[in-house]
Design a protein around this ligand. Sequence first.
Ligand code: HXC
Length: 515
Amino acid sequence: MVLKQKTLDLKRRMRDALQGGGSKAIKKQKAIGKLTARERILKLLDPNTFHEYDLFVEHAAKDFDMDKKYLPGDGVVTGTGLLSGHPVCIYAQDFTVAGGSLGLMHAKKICKIMDHALKLKVPLIGINDSGGARIQEGVNSLAGYGEIFYRNTQASGVIPQISVILGPCAGGAVYSPALTDFVFVVDKISKMFITGPEVIKATIGEEISMEDLGGARVHAEISGNAHFYSESEEQCFNQIKELISFIPWNNQKKADPFPKKSPKTRQYKVDNIIPTDPRQPYDVRDIIRALVDDSEFLEIHEKFAQNIVVGFARLNGETAGFIANQPLVLAGVLDVDSSDKAARFIRYCDAFNIPLVTLVDLPGYLPGVDQEHNGVIRHGAKILYAYSEATVPKMTVILRKAYGGGYIAMCSNHLKADFVMAWPTAEIAVMGPEGAANIIFRNEIRNAKNPETVRKQKIKEYKQKFANPYVAAAYGYVDAVIEPAETRNKLIHAIKISKQKQEIPQTKKHGIPPF
Ligand code: HXC
């Protein structure tokens, strides 16, 4: 009897806590296309696998009449569950409860699940939908953020950390997602900024809408803060599931192997993608699709710094990280943003035991005052650092141009690539034939009776001498010149024989990368 009564009491308490911010706040949430925190978790995780923690946690604030307010779960839902069969720890801020604002106990709940994720060595997923620091709780809110940032940093490179922005994420709150590995945004729902439109107007007089300042598109295309963009929460959850399928649970494991599948060779013919005219562009993603299992490629940062392509695919069932210059955009040059994008991805793969496949076709680093003043030296160095530091198997395929600093930076033999292959179309040189001929034969061209004929002749000479893979192959900088159709087998073989690869890094506390 006592048990029955106590069980009824438990059920009543649970019902109260599960109501979130109540029907009015939930209606407002739904009206703008947003799900509630619990709905999001249940939709994302495998059915009947979510186990909630700390449902009965309450805030402890007293000022500003807070002692009279009941905030169910203190505005955040936390717990564990399975995502496509993988164990995960998860939290979702509940905007219907005090705008999902972060007070002391709200932060403690998040920190507890973060500590759990690190202890259990499983991925952490954070769904952000919050007005930021709970103003009534003052320094306790700031303390809460500090504790979260600290844990994000401790967990970095140990467990995958995924941030999903499904509402406002304002002020210092943005720094937790920024410290995590992958940030997902949804059109018209996600908003991220340090200072909102009103503060900007008051302080520097600029007027801008919230969407134009920090909407999903802005972060996916311009700032690069977001790695995945989608049109709806549902699409976003599917993207998360796909990502999880490619990555390991923690840095001690490898990604789960998948059944082997051939590429869709009818659609993607590796021999036919590079145009005959070496000045013509092509979509390097078609080459990736021609090489990988089922032609399935999960692109990361798809809309940002499109002159480089990064993402995951499988070779004979095993995950590999692809980094490829994109001749379709700016001829595939390296610049400030593409260097940042690639370097970050390389470091992710290296931390999580994912082999790197680099496809090279670039004329070098982007020249210009804008790039120099924006620190292309510092940013460009990141890619050198990331490749040099990486100890996972590193395979490089030079498809066409590999000029100057670009040749070195794109995982060359000199940055300790394990296998460097080149297609017969490869051109490995200090610079392009036109520029090179103009410089080294300047006097001969200038003094010739017919300078244009001599110039063309000298370009041809230079091309014959250097615009090929054989000079580099003669020095052993290229391990093999291969036919395009052999590439997939060569990569699969390289991954197979690198299984026991071990490189012991120099003893040091940590390096000083060009952040
Ligand atoms: C306490 C908050 C809150 C906050 C929202 N609410 N933000 N309560 N602290 N930070 C409450 C509102 O009072 C309201 O309560 C409910 O949440 C819903 O908010 P609305 O304003 O009605 O929602 P909406 O119109 O959708 O606007 C959402 C919003 C806006 C744009 C996020 O609420 C807003 O501008 N909030 C403040 C954002 C902000 O400046 N945060 C502090 C950032 S500084 P009721 O009871 O009326 O339903 C910061 C420092 C952290 O975060 C530093 C860490 C290093």
